[in-house]
Design a protein around this ligand. Structure first.
Ligand code: ATP
Length: 578
């Protein structure tokens, strides 16, 4: 887990090392100051040797300046390293998420990914910076200060050791108690972020259902949960400080008592006792630092686990070796295909699918909600892999193709499609970034989008809001179809992509498809019979199986489900003649 995230250190290994180096140098300077102080007290002040005081005093001044300089440099490099490390971590997570297949995406909620990219990484950054600053400095300080204290007075120095087992015990008990709370707290953060994300994305629905109060309540509960967990954890962590201080001050009292007796008895000088106490404070201060670092590590451990989990997540779909990079035709074949979203579930989401589609054919797919329409078509561009059987495109198994080639040649307009912030032409050029204005206009015409785009004062340079919220549902669908067409695909798949388009425009779109892109295989998933009735063939899906296949007329004769849907739509008045 730590190894995984350590890979993101890269160019920040050097500042990390420099931090440790400069802080070790700072410690070595600090160690000399009490030693010189004792000399000034015992030999200079008590004997009135001003010359000696000035000499040692100047040396102390130089050492203090150097110590300060090393401290500042250590601080600078530690923040460079921590900030850079967290930026690398963020980029690495983002890069890995981009490789995720739909399967991987199903595993993580988007809110959880956002928490990992923000809160978790900030935790790691803070812990890393503190660890960097302490990992060398504290042990160095403890060892050197102990050596100097022992050199000054060995017997007295051994008293300091009393505090170590107390410290160790408190820390272990603390870690054991507090760790589960932090694991839980980040799950709650995911929930909080999900509430915020859903609410902001769906703010129009929230308002139209007058759900503001309920949503405020939901947010309050989610944030209250986090507060409660933090309070429980903080209560335990808060014990750390008083216990440590009690141990430290008891040791201090002991040393004062024994030391004062030795000074009175003449076996120790005042200067020695003063420097000894300074060493002791340095040791105990460092032990306090170590204990705080342990607390930080415990807090960040949960974050490290969550970040490492995403970094270690391997894309379930990868490019094959010697991948094929050309697709000759738009032929598609399904051979005995079975598909399950969850391999452990008993029921397959698609069963016994065997089907051949010829290049240039127009295929309609219809079926009740949840009958498997989207699942079936997602297997063609390998958004998911089949569980059993094979899918072929242009005579080759889809698993043999380079994924980019496959997805470039199979343009799919998803059911839940989105546009992105930017102009209309920028959005359409997602299909082909080098497309000319004429080409952009041509595909917009094909998708019956040109007219309404031209009606905007800024035409193709009109700015779209994120998700395309400033265009109507039907306009958005037409733009997403145009975007897919710009890829000049061999296969075009529309997953219920004209549901918000009026039937007349829908018919125009289909007509322009058959006139302008006759060689492209077109698969149209729809709920409206009018959207598919003129297809070469129509597939009726029911509970993950093909229930019937044929032309509109054939299915009206032979397929109960199709006939039922047709009758209900005719009676419901949905069939409108073109
Ligand atoms: N990402 C997913 N993870 C798990 N199960 C899923 C997922 N997507 C769909 N399913 C399940 O697979 C089955 C088929 O769903 P699918 O989306 O293919 O149906 P559909 O015919 O396209 O429905 P609709 O017309 O409502 O879009 C359903 O039982 C659904 O619950």
């Amino acid at each position: 887990m730590y190894k995984t995230i350590a890979k993101s250190l890269r160019q920040y290994k050097k500042p990390s090392f420099l931090t440790m180096l400069f802080l070790a140098l700072e410690v070595s300077m600090e160690i000399f100051i009490p030693f010189l102080m004792a000399k000034v007290l015992d030999r200079g002040l008590l004997t009135g040797d001003i010359q000696y005081v000035l000499k040692i005093g100047s040396l102390m001044f130089v050492i203090a300046c150097l110590s300060m300089l090393f401290g500042v440099l250590g601080g600078k490099f530690s923040s460079d390293a921590a900030v850079g490390f967290s930026a690398n971590l963020r980029q690495d997570i983002y890069k890995n998420v981009q490789t995720f297949a739909f399967d991987n995406i199903d595993k993580y909620s988007s809110s959880s990914l956002i928490t990992r990219l923000t809160t978790d990484i900030t935790n790691i950054q803070m812990a890393f910076q503190m660890v960097l600053k302490t990992i060398i400095r504290a042990p160095f300080m403890i060892v050197f200060a102990f050596m100097m204290a022992s050199y000054t007075n060995l017997k007295l120095a051994l008293n300091i050791l009393i505090v170590v087992p107390i410290l160790g015990f408190v820390l272990i008990a603390l870690i054991y108690k507090v760790h589960p709370y932090f694991i839980e707290v980040f799950k709650k953060y995911d929930r909080l972020n999900r509430t915020v994300q859903e609410n902001i994305n769906g703010v129009r629905v929230v308002k139209s259902f007058v759900r503001e109060e309920k949503e405020i309540e939901g947010f309050k509960n989610a944030s209250e949960d986090i507060k409660q967990l933090f309070m429980k954890a903080e209560k335990i962590i808060a014990l750390n400080s008083p216990i440590m201080q009690m141990a430290i001050y008891s040791t201090l009292l002991l040393v004062y008592w024994v030391g004062a007796k030795q000074v009175v008895g003449g076996s120790m000088t005042t200067g020695e006792l003063t420097s000894f106490i300074t060493y002791m404070m340095q040791i105990l201060g460092s032990l306090m630092m170590v204990s705080m670092i342990f607390v930080m590590i415990v807090i960040s451990e949960a974050s490290v686990e969550r970040v490492a989990e995403v970094l270690n997540e391997e894309a379930t779909l990868t490019n094959p070796e010697n991948a094929v990079t050309t697709i000759e035709t738009g032929d598609i074949e399904f051979k005995n295909v079975q598909f399950k979203y969850n391999v452990l579930s008993e029921e397959a989401d698609l069963r016994d699918i065997t089907l051949k589609i010829h290049s240039g054919e127009t295929i309609g797919i219809i079926g009740g909600t949840g009958s498997g329409k989207s699942s079936l078509i997602q297997l063609i561009p390998r958004l998911y892999d089949v569980t059993e059987g094979e899918v072929y495109v242009s005579g080759r198994n889809v698993k043999e193709y380079d994924l980019v080639t496959l997805r470039d040649q199979i343009a799919m307009v998803l059911q839940k499609n989105t546009l992105f912030s930017g102009t209309i032409s920028e959005n359409l050029r997602w299909g082909d970034k080098n497309a000319s204005y004429e080409e952009v206009k041509r595909v917009a015409k094909l998708a019956q989008a040109d007219d309404f785009v031209q009606a905007f004062p800024e035409g193709y340079e009109t700015q779209l809001d994120q998700g395309g919220t400033n265009v109507s549902g039907g306009q958005k669908q037409r733009l997403t179809i145009a975007r897919a067409l710009l890829k000049k695909p061999k296969i075009l798949i529309l997953d219920d992509s004209t549901s918000a388009v009026d039937t007349k425009t829908d018919a125009y779109i289909r007509r322009s498809f058959s006139e302008e892109i006759p060689n492209t295989t077109k698969i149209i998933v729809a709920q409206r019979i009018s959207s598919i009735q003129d297809s070469d063939r129509i597939i009726v899906l029911n509970e993950g199986k093909i229930d019937g296949m044929g032309t509109h007329e054939e299915l009206l004769e032979s397929n109960e489900i199709y006939k039922e849907v047709y009758d209900s739509q005719v009676k419901g008045g949905t069939i409108i003649e073109e």
